[in-house]
Design a protein around this ligand. Structure first.
Ligand SMILES: [Zn+2]
Length: 151
């Protein structure tokens, strides 16, 4: 008898973060979201309503849902992209220096899924002096973060 019984192999381990492939992201995201977050694209200025968004809430990663920026740190930079002075928590994003096009810029990514979000510049207002210039389509505003859930 050749009965090789299966010995408890955990296939669906929630702690085993297998990164999604490009094709999987392509299915999950819109073409623009995919281009921005997975191919380091930039949406056109003023193209996304979040640049003028005034509602309170948590801006989450459009790819993985991680809370990235709070509406409390959002300000109107006039650039046509949602702009923030700070991140929601220190470890929610990672920063990578980007020397493309002869400009020294700092690229901001979701720490959880590595989605490209935008860039951070040292010319922001207020205490931080930082301006996180983020693509609206890389974000998903969660206005129900403080309890009031309708539906
Ligand atoms: Zn993410």
């Amino acid at each position: 008898m050749t009965d090789s019984s299966t010995t408890g192999t955990n296939k669906a381990d929630p702690n085993d973060k297998t990164p999604m492939t490009k094709d999987e992201w392509r299915e999950k995201l819109t073409a623009e979201q995919f281009h921005v977050t997975r191919e380091h694209g930039t949406e056109r200025a003023f193209s996304h309503p979040y640049h003028a968004e005034k509602r309170d809430g948590m801006y989450r990663c459009v790819c993985c849902g991680a809370g990235l920026f709070s509406s409390e740190t959002k300000f109107d930079s006039g650039t046509g992209w949602p702009s923030f002075t700070d991140v929601a928590a220190a470890d929610t994003v990672t920063k990578h220096e980007d020397n493309k096009f002869g400009m020294r810029r700092v690229d901001v990514r979701c720490a959880n899924c590595e989605a490209h979000l935008g860039h951070v510049f040292p010319d922001g207002p207020a205490s931080t002096g930082l301006r996180y210039c983020i693509n609206g389509c890389a974000l998903n505003l969660d206005t129900g973060a403080d309890g009031d859930t309708t539906g």
